[in-house]
Design a protein around this ligand. Sequence first.
Ligand SMILES: N[C@@H](CCC(=O)N[C@@H](CS)C(=O)NCC(=O)O)C(=O)O
Length: 211
Amino acid sequence: MKLWHCHDARSLRPLWALEEMGREYELEILPFPPRFFQKEYLSINPLGTVPSFEDGAIQMTESTGICHYLAERYAPELSVPSDHPEYGSYLNWMYHSDATLTFPQTLYLRYKLLEPEERRQPQVATDYANWYIARLRLLDAHIKEREFLCDGRFTMADIAITYALYLGELNGFADRYTEQVRAYLAAMKQRPAFITAIARTEGSDVPSLLK
Ligand SMILES: N[C@@H](CCC(=O)N[C@@H](CS)C(=O)NCC(=O)O)C(=O)O
């Protein structure tokens, strides 16, 4: 298996998953954004985005989809089976992680930081920061009395959702998190596989999502 990754980008989801699984994989670290700094990457993923993932003939580009694939194919202990009462909840958190919690932050990042100064839109950035915080309401209620999102154990849903919270922390939103969201994020960040995944790129001088 091979994963293409940029420091702190959504490719952290499958990277962390691979570390949790303890499987061998090849990692290629790219400067961010690869479409600008490493144009050859467009022949791997024409969108220029990370992650890209290969497993034999299989190629994937969606961070949560790759986690889903890895769990179904190789790590049932990180999945929730389709006949389980919490299967629907599991899938909901998986999709919620990107479609609801990461998407507004990408608009924030773009219009606050990534665009050239003259194209930045402070109002858009503020609106989508507020949108993100408001959309955390579902998670706030769910984890009030839970350690993990599904089935009382760590699953891929925790990886998918934690990345969105981690990105929010990098964006400076953590002081707007509720106590239970902050505690959940802190606990997830202490997992050895998360620490190893971060360490794979930390301290490198390759341009990353936020630096
Ligand atoms: N929905 C995709 C989005 C991937 C994506 O947009 N990744 C960002 C980094 S978080 C990226 O590579 N951006 C570079 C660009 O847009 O050129 C996923 O979750 O994997």
